[in-house]
Design a protein around this ligand. Structure first.
Ligand SMILES: *Cc1c(COP(=O)(O)O)cnc(C)c1O
Length: 437
């Protein structure tokens, strides 16, 4: 296989995996700095009419070193909680670089913190009538403009749990009450300068385009003072070779034409924002595990590979039936089989983790049933590597289940150096807040 690269766009090779695993014990996440920078550039270059801001959807991966790289690339932040906004600031983002879009409501201590951050320039995206009520007097008195997330009644996502725009989810102010919200805003003298819609993750580009048209029409109907239109994230990545990634150029071209058309019709020049999470980091991340054991379940059963990182390191297969490319790498750093090219003879295996949970498998379908994947048969101690693990793996897993500890994160710098960016959690850290009776 050419250069032993695991995936075509990445700089991570089978040799990188073996070298990293010599330095840091498995399991760990390994990130490719160059790939993150390439994706940031591709997004910044998205065609647009009157300016573009790319906000990184940091819930995809909130690791400080990665946030610093993304800040250095000039992206802003989409934060999903007040704590995420605080972490972005700890990583060096200014408050004014952050748009906070959350289900939380600002009460108690959170409210004081939110007000301080809004005075410092944080953009608050109102997602419900209650949020609007709670923030209205403060924003009105301090003349702080607000944003509003509209629930469009139509969504798209790679699975029902990732669709955020249909009637089964409650993100944003539903279109049916936007008028009521705007009446309240008017009464309080509020300025709504940004309209926002995020319809879901990994969905159909056609639905993403339709959303542009719908969002422009609500903006025209309800938001006379809006200057910015935010189309959310949800750009699909190509994790498996047969998948297609979102065409950022084509989507940008479409948005540009629609925003220009809107200007011709209304005389209003809208600034555009997007909020990719997955697209920035997904393909830059690898989960490096080691093969601990092999078992089988009889002549009508399966061949199982037990690895040292399962659902507590990557929950996406269990949660969504997601498929990640799998690579078998020998301890010497030879790629024994990959997903992006023909390897030697492959055999069907089921890959499971160490948790006492039948769903702790990395090869599941979208109904949670075990499925086989073809790969070279590894030796004990060989590495089983999963690609496409930069987004919603480290940031989303139930890592202390079975008293496992949160695994470390390693970064391959642009010059090839391997550096530790997050230490392994210790068992003492897992239990440190427990009190005796
Ligand atoms: C999750 C989320 C994003 C990022 O979604 P991706 O599918 O990772 O691109 C952007 N905006 C909002 C409001 C989100 O909730």
């Amino acid at each position: 296989m050419e250069q032993q690269k695991l995936i075509p766009a990445s700089n991570v090779t089978a040799e990188t995996i073996a070298a990293a695993a010599k330095k840091y014990p498995t399991p760990f996440y390994l990130y490719d700095e160059s790939l993150i920078r390439d994706r940031c550039k591709e997004l910044r270059d998205m065609p647009n009419a009157f300016g573009l801001k790319v906000r990184y959807g940091m819930k995809a991966n909130s690791s400080k070193a990665l946030l610093k790289i993304i800040a250095n690339e000039g992206l802003g932040i989409d934060a999903a909680s007040l704590n995420e906004a605080k972490r972005a600031m700890m990583a060096g983002f200014g408050a004014e670089e952050i748009l906070l879009t959350t289900q939380e409501v600002p009460i108690g201590e959170d409210r004081r913190d939110l007000e301080d951050m809004m005075r410092g320039g944080l953009n608050y995206n109102v997602c419900s009538l209650r949020q609007l009520e709670l923030v209205a007097d403060f924003a009105g008195k301090n003349k702080i403009p607000l944003s509003m997330r509209v629930h469009p009644g139509v969504g798209s996502g790679a699975s029902s749990t990732r669709n955020t725009g249909d009637k089964y989810s409650c993100f944003g102010v539903h279109l049916s009450v936007v008028k009521e919200a705007m009446d309240m805003a008017k009464e309080k003298g509020l300025v709504l300068k940004r309209v926002h819609v995020h319809i879901g993750s990994g969905g159909d580009p056609k639905v993403w385009k339709d959303n542009i048209d719908r969002e422009l029409s609500y903006l025209e109907q309800y938001f006379p003072g809006a200057e910015t239109i935010n189309f959310g994230g949800g750009f699909k990545e190509r994790r498996m070779p047969e998948e297609e990634r979102a065409d950022i150029k084509a989507l940008g071209q479409y948005a540009k034409e629609r925003i220009e058309g809107f200007f011709k019709r209304t005389g209003r020049k809208l600034f555009m924002e997007i909020e990719p999470g997955t697209f920035v980091v997904a393909m830059a991340g690898f989960l490096v595990t080691r093969v601990l054991d092999k078992k089988n379940t009889g002549s009508d059963g399966f061949q199982f590979l037990v690895v040292d990182g399962g659902m507590e390191t990557n929950t996406r297969p269990l949660l969504y039936g997601s498929r990640h490319p799998m690579f078998v790498v020998s301890t010497e750093g030879t790629l024994l089989s990959g997903e992006y090219g023909d390897g030697p003879a492959k055999k069907p295996f089921v890959v499971v983790g160490r948790c006492c949970e039948s769903g702790d498998a990395l090869t599941l379908d979208d109904e949670g049933k075990i499925v086989e994947r073809n790969m070279a048969e590894p030796q004990f101690d060989d590495y089983l590597v999963l690609g496409g693990c930069g987004a919603y793996c480290s940031s989303m897993t139930p890592f202390n289940y079975n008293s496992h500890t949160q695994i470390p994160e390693v970064l391959q710098r642009a010059n090839g150096d391997l550096v530790l960016i997050r230490k392994a959690q210790s068992l003492a850290q897992v239990t440190q807040n427990e009190l005796s009776i």
